[in-house]
Design a protein around this ligand. Structure first.
Ligand code: IMP
Ligand code: MG
Length: 185
Protein backbone atom coordinates (compact mmCIF):
# COMPACT_ATOMS: atom_id res chain seq x y z
CA UNK A 1 0.00 0.00 0.00
CA UNK A 2 1.17 3.57 -0.69
CA UNK A 3 2.82 5.10 2.42
CA UNK A 4 0.46 8.13 2.39
CA UNK A 5 -2.70 5.99 2.44
CA UNK A 6 -4.36 5.58 5.83
CA UNK A 7 -6.61 2.73 4.68
CA UNK A 8 -8.17 1.31 1.54
CA UNK A 9 -11.80 2.38 1.22
CA UNK A 10 -12.76 0.72 -2.10
CA UNK A 11 -10.58 -2.19 -3.22
CA UNK A 12 -9.77 -3.24 -6.79
CA UNK A 13 -12.22 -6.14 -6.49
CA UNK A 14 -14.98 -3.88 -5.21
CA UNK A 15 -14.35 -1.42 -8.05
CA UNK A 16 -14.59 -4.27 -10.55
CA UNK A 17 -17.96 -5.34 -9.12
CA UNK A 18 -19.19 -1.73 -9.25
CA UNK A 19 -18.18 -1.13 -12.89
CA UNK A 20 -19.81 -4.43 -13.93
CA UNK A 21 -23.06 -3.49 -12.19
CA UNK A 22 -23.24 0.06 -13.55
CA UNK A 23 -22.38 -1.05 -17.10
CA UNK A 24 -25.30 -3.52 -16.94
CA UNK A 25 -27.63 -0.76 -15.66
CA UNK A 26 -26.61 1.53 -18.53
CA UNK A 27 -27.02 -1.31 -21.07
CA UNK A 28 -30.52 -1.94 -19.73
CA UNK A 29 -31.59 1.73 -19.60
CA UNK A 30 -30.40 2.76 -23.08
CA UNK A 31 -31.08 -0.43 -25.06
CA UNK A 32 -34.12 1.05 -26.83
CA UNK A 33 -33.35 4.77 -26.72
CA UNK A 34 -32.92 5.23 -30.47
CA UNK A 35 -30.38 8.01 -29.84
CA UNK A 36 -26.59 8.04 -29.71
CA UNK A 37 -25.20 7.24 -26.28
CA UNK A 38 -22.35 9.52 -25.20
CA UNK A 39 -20.21 8.87 -22.14
CA UNK A 40 -18.90 12.26 -21.08
CA UNK A 41 -15.80 11.96 -18.92
CA UNK A 42 -15.08 14.84 -16.58
CA UNK A 43 -11.30 15.29 -16.58
CA UNK A 44 -9.08 14.40 -14.98
CA UNK A 45 -10.36 12.43 -12.01
CA UNK A 46 -12.88 10.27 -13.91
CA UNK A 47 -10.53 8.96 -16.57
CA UNK A 48 -9.71 5.63 -14.89
CA UNK A 49 -13.34 4.89 -13.97
CA UNK A 50 -14.49 5.84 -17.47
CA UNK A 51 -11.89 3.56 -19.08
CA UNK A 52 -13.01 0.56 -17.06
CA UNK A 53 -16.74 1.32 -17.36
CA UNK A 54 -16.79 1.80 -21.14
CA UNK A 55 -15.15 -1.60 -21.72
CA UNK A 56 -18.05 -3.31 -19.93
CA UNK A 57 -20.89 -1.52 -21.75
CA UNK A 58 -22.06 -3.62 -24.68
CA UNK A 59 -24.20 -0.97 -26.43
CA UNK A 60 -22.46 1.23 -29.00
CA UNK A 61 -21.07 4.24 -27.14
CA UNK A 62 -19.26 7.41 -28.09
CA UNK A 63 -16.95 9.15 -25.66
CA UNK A 64 -16.03 12.73 -25.07
CA UNK A 65 -14.34 14.85 -22.43
CA UNK A 66 -14.97 18.05 -20.55
CA UNK A 67 -12.73 19.69 -18.04
CA UNK A 68 -14.19 21.83 -15.29
CA UNK A 69 -12.71 23.20 -12.14
CA UNK A 70 -14.56 23.51 -8.88
CA UNK A 71 -11.62 22.76 -6.63
CA UNK A 72 -8.48 24.77 -5.99
CA UNK A 73 -5.21 23.10 -5.07
CA UNK A 74 -6.34 21.88 -1.66
CA UNK A 75 -9.13 19.80 -0.16
CA UNK A 76 -11.97 22.36 0.10
CA UNK A 77 -14.42 23.13 -2.70
CA UNK A 78 -14.20 26.69 -4.04
CA UNK A 79 -17.91 26.71 -4.87
CA UNK A 80 -17.50 27.98 -8.43
CA UNK A 81 -17.60 25.93 -11.63
CA UNK A 82 -15.41 27.02 -14.55
CA UNK A 83 -15.46 25.27 -17.94
CA UNK A 84 -11.85 24.71 -19.02
CA UNK A 85 -12.59 22.30 -21.91
CA UNK A 86 -16.02 22.43 -23.53
CA UNK A 87 -18.07 19.88 -25.48
CA UNK A 88 -18.35 20.85 -29.14
CA UNK A 89 -20.84 18.97 -31.26
CA UNK A 90 -23.77 19.94 -33.47
CA UNK A 91 -25.97 16.86 -33.00
CA UNK A 92 -26.84 17.13 -29.29
CA UNK A 93 -30.61 16.73 -29.90
CA UNK A 94 -29.76 13.19 -31.08
CA UNK A 95 -27.54 12.42 -28.10
CA UNK A 96 -28.23 10.88 -24.69
CA UNK A 97 -25.42 11.97 -22.37
CA UNK A 98 -24.20 10.07 -19.33
CA UNK A 99 -21.80 12.28 -17.39
CA UNK A 100 -19.11 10.15 -15.75
CA UNK A 101 -17.69 11.59 -12.54
CA UNK A 102 -15.21 10.29 -10.00
CA UNK A 103 -16.86 11.71 -6.88
CA UNK A 104 -19.73 13.95 -5.82
CA UNK A 105 -18.98 16.24 -2.96
CA UNK A 106 -21.09 19.42 -2.77
CA UNK A 107 -22.89 18.39 -5.98
CA UNK A 108 -22.22 21.77 -7.57
CA UNK A 109 -20.18 20.46 -10.51
CA UNK A 110 -22.80 17.97 -11.66
CA UNK A 111 -25.89 20.08 -11.07
CA UNK A 112 -24.25 22.88 -13.04
CA UNK A 113 -23.23 20.54 -15.89
CA UNK A 114 -26.70 19.00 -16.19
CA UNK A 115 -28.28 22.43 -16.70
CA UNK A 116 -25.50 23.48 -19.06
CA UNK A 117 -25.78 20.39 -21.31
CA UNK A 118 -29.59 20.55 -21.39
CA UNK A 119 -29.35 24.20 -22.38
CA UNK A 120 -26.96 23.19 -25.18
CA UNK A 121 -29.74 20.90 -26.45
CA UNK A 122 -28.86 17.34 -25.39
CA UNK A 123 -31.79 14.92 -25.73
CA UNK A 124 -31.19 13.71 -22.16
CA UNK A 125 -28.54 14.04 -19.46
CA UNK A 126 -27.92 11.50 -16.70
CA UNK A 127 -25.14 11.29 -14.15
CA UNK A 128 -22.89 8.45 -13.09
CA UNK A 129 -20.42 8.65 -10.23
CA UNK A 130 -18.04 6.13 -8.73
CA UNK A 131 -18.18 7.70 -5.27
CA UNK A 132 -20.77 9.81 -3.48
CA UNK A 133 -20.27 11.75 -0.24
CA UNK A 134 -23.89 12.75 0.55
CA UNK A 135 -22.89 14.03 4.00
CA UNK A 136 -21.17 16.93 2.25
CA UNK A 137 -24.37 18.13 0.59
CA UNK A 138 -26.56 20.89 1.94
CA UNK A 139 -30.02 19.98 0.51
CA UNK A 140 -31.17 23.59 0.93
CA UNK A 141 -28.38 24.61 -1.51
CA UNK A 142 -27.92 21.66 -3.90
CA UNK A 143 -30.27 18.68 -3.58
CA UNK A 144 -28.54 16.28 -5.92
CA UNK A 145 -28.89 12.53 -6.50
CA UNK A 146 -26.88 10.72 -9.21
CA UNK A 147 -28.65 8.30 -11.57
CA UNK A 148 -25.85 5.72 -11.26
CA UNK A 149 -23.74 5.48 -8.11
CA UNK A 150 -20.84 3.16 -7.37
CA UNK A 151 -20.77 3.49 -3.61
CA UNK A 152 -21.51 5.94 -0.83
CA UNK A 153 -18.49 6.92 1.24
CA UNK A 154 -18.05 8.85 4.50
CA UNK A 155 -16.79 12.42 4.58
CA UNK A 156 -13.08 11.63 4.15
CA UNK A 157 -10.64 13.00 1.60
CA UNK A 158 -9.88 10.11 -0.75
CA UNK A 159 -7.31 9.52 -3.47
CA UNK A 160 -6.47 6.90 -6.08
CA UNK A 161 -8.24 5.35 -9.09
CA UNK A 162 -8.09 8.76 -10.82
CA UNK A 163 -8.60 10.94 -7.75
CA UNK A 164 -5.76 13.21 -6.74
CA UNK A 165 -4.38 15.39 -4.04
CA UNK A 166 -2.31 18.11 -5.74
CA UNK A 167 -2.04 15.91 -8.86
CA UNK A 168 -0.56 12.96 -6.97
CA UNK A 169 -1.89 9.41 -6.37
CA UNK A 170 -4.15 9.19 -9.48
CA UNK A 171 -2.54 5.95 -10.66
CA UNK A 172 -3.26 3.91 -7.51
CA UNK A 173 -5.54 0.99 -8.47
CA UNK A 174 -7.80 1.39 -5.40
CA UNK A 175 -9.53 4.27 -3.58
CA UNK A 176 -7.84 5.09 -0.28
CA UNK A 177 -8.17 7.59 2.53
CA UNK A 178 -5.29 10.06 2.46
CA UNK A 179 -3.41 10.43 5.74
CA UNK A 180 -4.46 13.84 7.13
CA UNK A 181 -0.84 14.73 7.92
CA UNK A 182 -0.18 14.84 4.15
CA UNK A 183 -2.51 17.82 3.66
CA UNK A 184 -2.17 19.52 7.02
CA UNK A 185 1.62 19.79 6.98
P1 IMP B 1 -18.42 19.03 -6.14
O1 IMP B 1 -18.74 20.01 -7.21
O2 IMP B 1 -18.25 19.73 -4.79
O3 IMP B 1 -19.38 17.88 -6.05
O4 IMP B 1 -16.94 18.54 -6.42
C1 IMP B 1 -16.65 17.38 -7.07
C2 IMP B 1 -15.16 17.40 -7.42
O5 IMP B 1 -14.37 17.69 -6.27
C3 IMP B 1 -14.71 16.03 -7.86
O6 IMP B 1 -14.82 15.85 -9.23
C4 IMP B 1 -13.25 16.01 -7.39
O7 IMP B 1 -12.42 16.57 -8.40
C5 IMP B 1 -13.22 16.89 -6.20
N1 IMP B 1 -13.25 16.12 -4.93
C6 IMP B 1 -14.24 16.10 -4.02
N2 IMP B 1 -13.95 15.28 -2.99
C7 IMP B 1 -12.73 14.76 -3.26
C8 IMP B 1 -11.88 13.81 -2.56
O8 IMP B 1 -12.19 13.26 -1.48
N3 IMP B 1 -10.70 13.50 -3.17
C9 IMP B 1 -10.31 14.06 -4.36
N4 IMP B 1 -11.08 14.95 -5.04
C10 IMP B 1 -12.27 15.29 -4.49
MG1 MG C 1 -13.18 15.65 -10.62
Amino acid sequence: MNKDVLSILVSEDEIDTITTRIAAEIDRDYADSGKKLLLLCILKGSVVFMGDLMKKITLPVEIDFMKVSSYGAGTASSGRVNILLDLHRQDLPDVDIVIVEDIIDSGRTLSYLIDYLKLKGANSVKTCTLLDKPERRDPSLVDFHPDYCGTIIPDEFVIGYGLDYDEQYRALPYVGILKPEVYTK
